[in-house]
Write a protein that binds this ligand. Structure first.
Ligand code: SF4
Ligand code: SF4
Length: 438
């Protein structure tokens, strides 16, 4: 079986965002393979844990994936203050000669340097054109957890676990190794539970993770990097809960068109023609949609770090982007010269953390990950971009950990789904396969 088939059948998808199937990403050749070890979102520690504890596997994975895309080299990109991770990876690189070779690139400690376009620019000096993907400039970017999952899949072991950072107002914050499909409520229970009475959950990092709907049960998926427990009145919760009508009233009365949101926008700093202050102007006036909103990657710098008035340009960008997409708009943008002083306009990670009032939740990278166990798992058949996988088990089926329980049609965009525990299938419904562990 070829390597791309092994990755598809092993269920390997991108560890963040929409879960892009890795086999599809690696089907296109590239001259450089970049491993994204920035762990961009403040508070998350899982990738730092993996880089420090599995350096040998990571450099092997990087070289294997580079070979698949015919790259000349693999570059592991991580922040310049990740001392133990840098030491561990350098130690592993000294022990093993790899072909294609692997080297490290140290990133500045700014947010969002883990944005694949910012990372790629830092590591190679190339700029992805606006609206384009890394492949346009000969690069493929893969996250740390995805690369390690890929190595396992190439050795016949499918994805059944996810390292998840649990942080915030919880008794035992840490990095948890959780079975895919574990209810988040049970994961929180194993972390000792919330330590405040009124809280909200953020699924992912504090800057980009969505607020979990109140009362809804969420589960650990292949793309869930973190669970944060925040006070119900926390600034991040307040921003996320604002209605668009409220946001418009505030924009009308308070946006001073200072353009700080634009001047500090990381994509603007790369030379992309994106102007959140113009979107805010159009939004406040109830005017036409601002096309450059389509270039927004929703990092939150404009909203949670830049705006001196505490307004919501990111939310407005999201709204304009969605409306433009719904209208089928496909504007073409041209790359510009990056603004002067782009480097000094980058947002230092520590100041971002202070600005969002989350410094008190920052923890050191744990020595050990905590193994989470779950008596029941609810595994979605769609944890990736593309079509859902087709269930191939039914109620009453006995499964072993690693068995395929939902399969993709040959060539369809997606990845197979596997049982994350040994047990019996209780039901298959609503896009979910529920397994009771034995
Ligand atoms: S930074 Fe805030 S006040 Fe200034 S233009 Fe942007 S949204 Fe308006
Ligand atoms: S969220 Fe704001 S800062 Fe981030 S890319 Fe979009 S407009 Fe730029």
């Amino acid at each position: 079986m070829n390597e791309l088939d092994l990755l598809r059948q092993g269920g390997v998808v991108g560890g963040g965002g929409a879960g892009f199937p890795l086999w599809k990403k690696l089907a296109a050749p590239a001259d450089t393979l970049l491993i994204n070890g920035a762990e961009c979102e403040p508070l998350l520690k899982s990738d730092q844990y993996l880089m420090r504890n599995y350096p040998g596997q990571l450099i092997e994975a990087a070289s294997r994936l580079a070979a698949i895309v015919s790259a000349k080299e693999a570059v592991i990109c991580l922040k310049d203050h990740y001392g133990p991770q840098i030491a561990a990876l350098n130690g592993a690189l000294k022990e093993k000669a790899l072909t294609p070779p692997v080297r490290l690139h140290l990133l500045p400690t700014v947010y969002p340097i883990g944005d694949e376009q910012a990372l790629l620019h830092s590591a190679t000096g190339r700029t992805v054109p606006p609206g384009g993907l890394p492949g346009k400039v000969g690069c493929t970017v893969v996250s740390v957890s995805t690369a390690l999952n890929a190595l396992r899949a190439l050795n016949g072991k499918p994805v059944t676990r996810r390292f998840v950072t649990v942080a915030g107002e919880v008794k035992r914050p840490g990095v948890y190794c959780a079975p895919i499909g574990m209810p988040v409520s049970l994961l929180l229970e194993q972390a000792g539970g919330p330590i405040i009475p009124r809280y909200r959950l953020v699924l992912g990092g504090p800057m980009m993770g969505p607020l979990a709907a109140e009362g809804a049960e969420n589960v650990v998926t292949k793309t869930l990097g973190g669970v944060l427990v925040l006070p119900a009145e926390h600034t991040l919760v307040r921003h996320a809960e604002l209605t668009m009508d409220q946001a418009r009233v505030r924009a009308r009365s308070t946006c001073i068109q200072c353009r700080t949101c634009t001047d500090l926008c990381p994509r603007h700093l790369l030379g992309h023609p994106i102007y959140p202050h113009l979107t805010m102007r159009a939004f406040a006036a109830g005017d036409k949609l601002e096309p450059s909103a389509m270039l927004c990657m929703e990092c939150g710098v404009c909203e949670l770090y830049a705006c001196p008035m505490g307004l919501n340009p990111r939310r407005v960008q999201q709204m304009h982007k969605a409306a433009l997409r719904a209208q089928g708009e496909k504007p073409v943008f041209e790359l510009k010269e990056p603004p002067a002083l782009a480097e000094i306009h980058q947002a230092p990670s520590g100041r971002v953390l202070a600005r969002i009032d989350a410094k008190r939740y920052d923890m050191p990278v744990p020595e050990e990950a905590i193994e989470a166990t779950s008596p029941i798992v609810c595994i979605p058949v769609k944890q990736h971009i593309g079509a859902p996988a087709e269930p191939c088990v039914q109620a009453g089926s006995t499964v072993q950990r690693g068995d395929v329980i939902a399969r993709m049609a040959d060539g369809a965009l997606g990845a197979d789904i596997h049982a994350s525990v040994c047990g019996t299938v209780e039901r298959v419904e609503d896009g979910m396969i529920v397994i009771r562990a034995k």
